[in-house]
Ligand binder design. Sequence first.
Ligand code: DAH
Length: 339
Amino acid sequence: MDLDAIRQIATDAPARLGSVRTVADLEELESALIGRKSEVAAARRDLGNLDQDERAEAGRVLNEAFGSIKTAIARRRAVLELEAENTLLESDRADVTFPGVSVARGTHHLLTQTMDEVCDIFRAIGYQVAEGPEIELAWYNFDALNTPPTHPARFESDTMYVESFDGKQRTGEDELLLRTHTSPMQARFMEKHDPPVHVVVPGRVFRTDTWDATHSPVFHQIEGLAVDTNITFGDLKGTLAYFVKEFFGPAAKIRFIPHFFPFTEPSAEMLVWFKGDWLEMLGCGLVDPNVFDAVGYDPQNVTGFAFGMGVERLAMVRHGISDLRHFYENDLRVLRQFR
Ligand code: DAH
Protein backbone atom coordinates (compact mmCIF):
# COMPACT_ATOMS: atom_id res chain seq x y z
CA MET A 1 0.00 0.00 0.00
CA ASP A 2 1.42 3.35 -1.04
CA LEU A 3 0.96 5.44 2.08
CA ASP A 4 3.03 8.29 0.67
CA ALA A 5 0.62 8.60 -2.23
CA ILE A 6 -2.28 8.77 0.27
CA ARG A 7 -0.48 11.46 2.28
CA GLN A 8 0.12 13.39 -0.93
CA ILE A 9 -3.58 13.23 -1.83
CA ALA A 10 -4.43 14.68 1.59
CA THR A 11 -1.78 17.38 1.25
CA ASP A 12 -2.95 18.42 -2.22
CA ALA A 13 -6.64 18.33 -1.34
CA PRO A 14 -7.01 21.91 0.06
CA ALA A 15 -5.50 23.46 -3.10
CA ARG A 16 -7.69 21.37 -5.41
CA LEU A 17 -10.77 22.19 -3.37
CA GLY A 18 -9.81 25.89 -3.48
CA SER A 19 -10.06 25.95 -7.25
CA VAL A 20 -13.62 24.55 -7.27
CA ARG A 21 -16.21 27.30 -7.90
CA THR A 22 -19.59 25.66 -7.34
CA VAL A 23 -21.20 23.27 -4.90
CA ALA A 24 -21.89 20.85 -7.76
CA ASP A 25 -18.20 20.79 -8.74
CA LEU A 26 -17.29 20.40 -5.09
CA GLU A 27 -19.46 17.31 -4.83
CA GLU A 28 -17.80 15.81 -7.89
CA LEU A 29 -14.36 16.40 -6.38
CA GLU A 30 -15.53 15.01 -3.05
CA SER A 31 -16.44 11.71 -4.60
CA ALA A 32 -13.08 11.63 -6.45
CA LEU A 33 -11.23 12.25 -3.19
CA ILE A 34 -13.07 10.05 -0.70
CA GLY A 35 -15.96 8.45 -2.58
CA ARG A 36 -16.39 4.70 -3.06
CA LYS A 37 -14.13 4.59 -6.10
CA SER A 38 -11.41 6.85 -4.65
CA GLU A 39 -7.87 5.71 -3.87
CA VAL A 40 -8.40 6.47 -0.20
CA ALA A 41 -11.50 4.26 -0.04
CA ALA A 42 -9.73 1.46 -1.93
CA ALA A 43 -6.82 1.62 0.50
CA ARG A 44 -9.22 1.43 3.48
CA ARG A 45 -10.80 -1.67 1.98
CA ASP A 46 -7.29 -3.18 1.57
CA LEU A 47 -6.40 -2.66 5.22
CA GLY A 48 -7.69 -6.14 6.07
CA ASN A 49 -5.07 -7.76 3.79
CA LEU A 50 -2.15 -6.15 5.61
CA ASP A 51 -0.05 -7.74 8.32
CA GLN A 52 -0.88 -6.87 11.87
CA ASP A 53 2.12 -4.51 12.35
CA GLU A 54 1.66 -2.72 9.00
CA ARG A 55 -2.07 -2.40 9.54
CA ALA A 56 -1.84 -0.14 12.61
CA GLU A 57 0.43 2.37 10.89
CA ALA A 58 -1.56 2.28 7.62
CA GLY A 59 -4.85 2.67 9.53
CA ARG A 60 -3.57 5.74 11.30
CA VAL A 61 -2.31 7.36 8.08
CA LEU A 62 -5.58 6.57 6.27
CA ASN A 63 -7.73 7.92 9.08
CA GLU A 64 -5.74 11.13 9.26
CA ALA A 65 -5.89 11.58 5.49
CA PHE A 66 -9.61 10.85 5.40
CA GLY A 67 -10.29 13.19 8.31
CA SER A 68 -8.30 16.11 6.96
CA ILE A 69 -9.87 15.79 3.49
CA LYS A 70 -13.37 15.73 5.01
CA THR A 71 -12.64 18.82 7.07
CA ALA A 72 -11.27 20.65 4.00
CA ILE A 73 -14.39 19.72 2.02
CA ALA A 74 -16.69 21.00 4.78
CA ARG A 75 -14.81 24.32 4.94
CA ARG A 76 -14.98 24.77 1.20
CA ARG A 77 -18.66 23.88 1.13
CA ALA A 78 -19.44 26.54 3.74
CA VAL A 79 -17.63 29.19 1.67
CA LEU A 80 -19.31 28.18 -1.59
CA GLU A 81 -22.77 28.10 -0.02
CA LEU A 82 -22.29 31.56 1.43
CA GLU A 83 -21.11 32.86 -1.95
CA ALA A 84 -24.11 31.32 -3.68
CA GLU A 85 -26.45 32.96 -1.23
CA ASN A 86 -24.78 36.34 -1.64
CA THR A 87 -25.03 36.09 -5.41
CA LEU A 88 -28.71 35.31 -5.11
CA LEU A 89 -29.32 38.22 -2.76
CA GLU A 90 -27.36 40.54 -5.02
CA SER A 91 -29.35 39.61 -8.12
CA ASP A 92 -32.58 39.80 -6.17
CA ARG A 93 -31.92 43.22 -4.73
CA ALA A 94 -34.81 45.72 -4.76
CA ASP A 95 -34.03 49.38 -5.18
CA VAL A 96 -36.29 50.90 -2.57
CA THR A 97 -35.63 54.39 -3.93
CA PHE A 98 -37.03 53.45 -7.37
CA PRO A 99 -40.35 55.18 -8.09
CA GLY A 100 -43.26 52.78 -7.49
CA VAL A 101 -46.01 51.80 -9.88
CA SER A 102 -48.80 54.20 -9.06
CA VAL A 103 -52.32 52.82 -8.73
CA ALA A 104 -54.99 54.71 -10.65
CA ARG A 105 -57.14 56.48 -8.08
CA GLY A 106 -60.87 56.45 -8.56
CA THR A 107 -63.31 58.99 -7.29
CA HIS A 108 -66.86 59.03 -6.08
CA HIS A 109 -69.42 59.74 -8.77
CA LEU A 110 -70.79 63.28 -8.67
CA LEU A 111 -74.20 61.97 -7.59
CA THR A 112 -72.65 60.10 -4.67
CA GLN A 113 -70.64 63.17 -3.72
CA THR A 114 -73.81 65.25 -3.85
CA MET A 115 -75.77 62.85 -1.66
CA ASP A 116 -72.92 62.62 0.84
CA GLU A 117 -72.64 66.39 0.99
CA VAL A 118 -76.38 66.94 1.50
CA CYS A 119 -76.49 64.28 4.21
CA ASP A 120 -73.50 65.90 5.95
CA ILE A 121 -75.23 69.29 5.90
CA PHE A 122 -78.21 67.78 7.70
CA ARG A 123 -76.10 65.63 10.00
CA ALA A 124 -74.46 68.84 11.20
CA ILE A 125 -77.80 69.97 12.64
CA GLY A 126 -78.63 66.66 14.28
CA TYR A 127 -80.32 64.63 11.54
CA GLN A 128 -79.84 60.90 11.20
CA VAL A 129 -79.27 59.26 7.83
CA ALA A 130 -81.35 56.19 6.97
CA GLU A 131 -81.87 54.09 3.85
CA GLY A 132 -84.82 52.01 2.72
CA PRO A 133 -85.67 49.30 0.20
CA GLU A 134 -85.87 50.01 -3.52
CA ILE A 135 -88.53 47.34 -4.00
CA GLU A 136 -91.37 48.63 -1.90
CA LEU A 137 -94.91 47.75 -0.89
CA ALA A 138 -97.64 49.93 -2.36
CA TRP A 139 -98.68 50.51 1.25
CA TYR A 140 -95.53 52.48 2.07
CA ASN A 141 -95.10 54.09 -1.34
CA PHE A 142 -98.74 55.28 -1.51
CA ASP A 143 -101.36 54.29 1.07
CA ALA A 144 -99.46 55.18 4.24
CA LEU A 145 -98.64 58.47 2.53
CA ASN A 146 -102.31 59.37 2.12
CA THR A 147 -102.30 58.55 -1.60
CA PRO A 148 -105.65 56.93 -2.51
CA PRO A 149 -105.97 53.85 -4.74
CA THR A 150 -107.28 56.04 -7.57
CA HIS A 151 -104.34 58.45 -7.59
CA PRO A 152 -102.86 58.75 -11.11
CA ALA A 153 -99.31 58.22 -9.82
CA ARG A 154 -100.32 54.62 -9.13
CA PHE A 155 -101.04 53.90 -12.78
CA GLU A 156 -98.61 51.75 -14.66
CA SER A 157 -97.90 54.76 -16.84
CA ASP A 158 -96.02 56.20 -13.85
CA THR A 159 -95.06 53.33 -11.58
CA MET A 160 -93.17 50.13 -12.32
CA TYR A 161 -94.71 47.15 -10.58
CA VAL A 162 -92.76 44.06 -9.63
CA GLU A 163 -94.11 40.58 -10.27
CA SER A 164 -94.82 38.65 -7.12
CA PHE A 165 -91.89 36.35 -6.31
CA ASP A 166 -93.61 34.27 -3.63
CA GLY A 167 -96.64 33.05 -5.57
CA LYS A 168 -98.86 35.24 -3.40
CA GLN A 169 -101.69 37.13 -5.13
CA ARG A 170 -100.86 40.76 -4.44
CA THR A 171 -103.33 43.57 -4.92
CA GLY A 172 -103.86 47.07 -3.59
CA GLU A 173 -101.58 48.02 -0.74
CA ASP A 174 -99.93 44.60 -0.91
CA GLU A 175 -98.55 45.12 -4.40
CA LEU A 176 -94.80 45.28 -4.97
CA LEU A 177 -93.27 48.10 -6.95
CA LEU A 178 -90.05 49.97 -7.54
CA ARG A 179 -90.39 52.92 -5.18
CA THR A 180 -91.25 56.09 -7.07
CA HIS A 181 -89.82 58.35 -4.37
CA THR A 182 -87.88 58.17 -1.10
CA SER A 183 -90.98 59.26 0.84
CA PRO A 184 -91.99 55.69 1.85
CA MET A 185 -89.10 55.81 4.31
CA GLN A 186 -91.02 58.51 6.19
CA ALA A 187 -93.59 55.88 7.10
CA ARG A 188 -91.09 53.08 7.68
CA PHE A 189 -88.95 55.27 9.91
CA MET A 190 -91.86 56.54 12.02
CA GLU A 191 -93.10 52.97 12.48
CA LYS A 192 -89.76 52.02 14.00
CA HIS A 193 -88.94 55.17 15.98
CA ASP A 194 -90.85 57.27 18.47
CA PRO A 195 -90.85 61.04 18.04
CA PRO A 196 -88.88 63.27 17.97
CA VAL A 197 -87.59 62.29 14.53
CA HIS A 198 -84.99 64.08 12.43
CA VAL A 199 -83.92 61.99 9.48
CA VAL A 200 -82.72 62.28 5.89
CA VAL A 201 -82.98 59.42 3.42
CA PRO A 202 -80.85 59.32 0.28
CA GLY A 203 -81.69 56.74 -2.35
CA ARG A 204 -82.53 55.56 -5.82
CA VAL A 205 -86.05 55.87 -7.20
CA PHE A 206 -87.79 54.63 -10.34
CA ARG A 207 -90.46 55.89 -12.71
CA THR A 208 -91.88 54.89 -16.05
CA ASP A 209 -90.08 57.71 -17.83
CA THR A 210 -88.32 57.73 -21.15
CA TRP A 211 -84.68 58.64 -21.21
CA ASP A 212 -84.03 62.24 -22.33
CA ALA A 213 -82.14 65.36 -21.24
CA THR A 214 -84.37 65.87 -18.19
CA HIS A 215 -85.89 62.43 -17.54
CA SER A 216 -84.55 59.06 -16.55
CA PRO A 217 -86.36 55.91 -15.40
CA VAL A 218 -83.87 55.77 -12.52
CA PHE A 219 -82.79 58.77 -10.50
CA HIS A 220 -81.97 59.79 -6.94
CA GLN A 221 -83.73 61.66 -4.20
CA ILE A 222 -83.10 62.78 -0.66
CA GLU A 223 -86.04 62.80 1.68
CA GLY A 224 -86.17 64.77 4.90
CA LEU A 225 -88.50 64.39 7.86
CA ALA A 226 -88.73 66.20 11.18
CA VAL A 227 -91.40 65.34 13.74
CA ASP A 228 -91.73 66.78 17.21
CA THR A 229 -94.19 68.75 19.29
CA ASN A 230 -95.00 72.19 17.86
CA ILE A 231 -93.07 72.00 14.60
CA THR A 232 -94.25 74.80 12.28
CA PHE A 233 -93.88 75.89 8.70
CA GLY A 234 -91.34 78.41 10.07
CA ASP A 235 -89.12 75.51 11.16
CA LEU A 236 -89.35 74.08 7.66
CA LYS A 237 -88.36 77.40 6.09
CA GLY A 238 -85.49 77.95 8.52
CA THR A 239 -84.12 74.46 7.98
CA LEU A 240 -84.29 74.65 4.20
CA ALA A 241 -82.82 78.18 4.18
CA TYR A 242 -79.86 76.84 6.16
CA PHE A 243 -79.49 73.91 3.76
CA VAL A 244 -79.63 76.08 0.63
CA LYS A 245 -76.98 78.49 1.92
CA GLU A 246 -74.71 75.59 2.82
CA PHE A 247 -75.18 73.89 -0.53
CA PHE A 248 -75.47 76.78 -3.01
CA GLY A 249 -73.58 79.45 -1.08
CA PRO A 250 -74.59 82.44 1.07
CA ALA A 251 -76.03 84.41 -1.86
CA ALA A 252 -78.76 81.84 -2.57
CA LYS A 253 -82.30 82.90 -1.70
CA ILE A 254 -85.44 80.80 -1.36
CA ARG A 255 -89.11 81.25 -2.13
CA PHE A 256 -92.11 79.00 -1.50
CA ILE A 257 -95.14 78.65 -3.75
CA PRO A 258 -98.25 76.60 -2.97
CA HIS A 259 -98.37 73.10 -4.36
CA PHE A 260 -100.10 69.81 -3.71
CA PHE A 261 -98.70 66.56 -2.34
CA PRO A 262 -100.98 63.94 -0.79
CA PHE A 263 -98.76 63.45 2.26
CA THR A 264 -98.31 67.10 3.28
CA GLU A 265 -100.81 69.83 4.16
CA PRO A 266 -100.07 72.58 3.38
CA SER A 267 -97.64 71.67 0.62
CA ALA A 268 -95.19 73.88 -1.19
CA GLU A 269 -92.61 73.93 -3.86
CA MET A 270 -89.38 75.66 -2.94
CA LEU A 271 -87.54 77.76 -5.51
CA VAL A 272 -83.92 78.80 -5.21
CA TRP A 273 -82.48 82.04 -6.58
CA PHE A 274 -79.19 80.94 -8.06
CA LYS A 275 -77.07 82.69 -10.72
CA GLY A 276 -79.88 85.02 -11.76
CA ASP A 277 -82.86 82.64 -11.92
CA TRP A 278 -85.59 81.25 -9.69
CA LEU A 279 -85.32 77.47 -10.03
CA GLU A 280 -87.74 74.82 -8.74
CA MET A 281 -85.75 72.80 -6.30
CA LEU A 282 -87.88 70.60 -4.09
CA GLY A 283 -91.28 69.67 -2.71
CA CYS A 284 -92.12 70.07 0.94
CA GLY A 285 -94.85 70.73 3.48
CA LEU A 286 -96.21 69.92 6.90
CA VAL A 287 -96.85 66.23 7.43
CA ASP A 288 -100.52 65.39 6.83
CA PRO A 289 -102.26 64.09 9.99
CA ASN A 290 -103.43 61.06 7.97
CA VAL A 291 -99.78 60.00 7.61
CA PHE A 292 -99.31 60.15 11.38
CA ASP A 293 -102.45 58.03 11.77
CA ALA A 294 -101.12 55.45 9.32
CA VAL A 295 -97.88 54.97 11.25
CA GLY A 296 -99.40 55.06 14.74
CA TYR A 297 -98.40 58.57 15.77
CA ASP A 298 -100.98 60.75 17.49
CA PRO A 299 -101.67 63.80 15.26
CA GLN A 300 -103.03 65.61 18.32
CA ASN A 301 -99.60 65.53 19.94
CA VAL A 302 -97.06 65.87 17.14
CA THR A 303 -96.50 67.94 14.04
CA GLY A 304 -93.78 67.71 11.48
CA PHE A 305 -92.42 68.81 8.17
CA ALA A 306 -91.10 66.83 5.23
CA PHE A 307 -89.26 67.58 2.04
CA GLY A 308 -87.96 65.68 -0.95
CA MET A 309 -85.40 66.76 -3.48
CA GLY A 310 -83.86 65.35 -6.64
CA VAL A 311 -80.13 64.75 -6.43
CA GLU A 312 -79.59 65.06 -10.17
CA ARG A 313 -81.41 68.38 -10.14
CA LEU A 314 -79.23 69.74 -7.31
CA ALA A 315 -76.03 68.74 -9.09
CA MET A 316 -77.21 70.04 -12.48
CA VAL A 317 -78.11 73.46 -11.09
CA ARG A 318 -74.98 73.85 -9.04
CA HIS A 319 -72.57 72.73 -11.74
CA GLY A 320 -74.42 73.99 -14.79
CA ILE A 321 -74.92 70.53 -16.27
CA SER A 322 -77.56 70.70 -18.97
CA ASP A 323 -78.21 67.05 -19.77
CA LEU A 324 -79.17 64.41 -17.22
CA ARG A 325 -77.67 61.67 -19.33
CA HIS A 326 -74.16 62.87 -18.50
CA PHE A 327 -74.62 61.30 -15.08
CA TYR A 328 -75.18 57.80 -16.40
CA GLU A 329 -73.03 57.53 -19.50
CA ASN A 330 -69.81 57.13 -17.51
CA ASP A 331 -67.83 59.28 -19.89
CA LEU A 332 -64.54 59.86 -18.07
CA ARG A 333 -64.21 63.32 -19.62
CA VAL A 334 -67.31 64.28 -17.68
CA LEU A 335 -66.61 62.33 -14.49
CA ARG A 336 -63.03 63.60 -14.16
CA GLN A 337 -64.28 67.17 -13.87
CA PHE A 338 -65.75 66.31 -10.48
CA ARG A 339 -62.89 64.78 -8.57
N1 DAH B 1 -92.03 62.63 -2.96
C1 DAH B 1 -92.19 63.84 -3.75
C2 DAH B 1 -91.81 63.56 -5.20
O1 DAH B 1 -91.18 62.58 -5.46
C3 DAH B 1 -91.32 64.94 -3.22
C4 DAH B 1 -91.79 65.42 -1.90
C5 DAH B 1 -92.73 66.42 -1.80
C6 DAH B 1 -91.33 64.84 -0.74
C7 DAH B 1 -93.16 66.89 -0.61
C8 DAH B 1 -91.78 65.30 0.49
C9 DAH B 1 -92.71 66.34 0.53
O2 DAH B 1 -91.34 64.78 1.63
O3 DAH B 1 -93.11 66.79 1.74
O4 DAH B 1 -92.14 64.33 -6.04
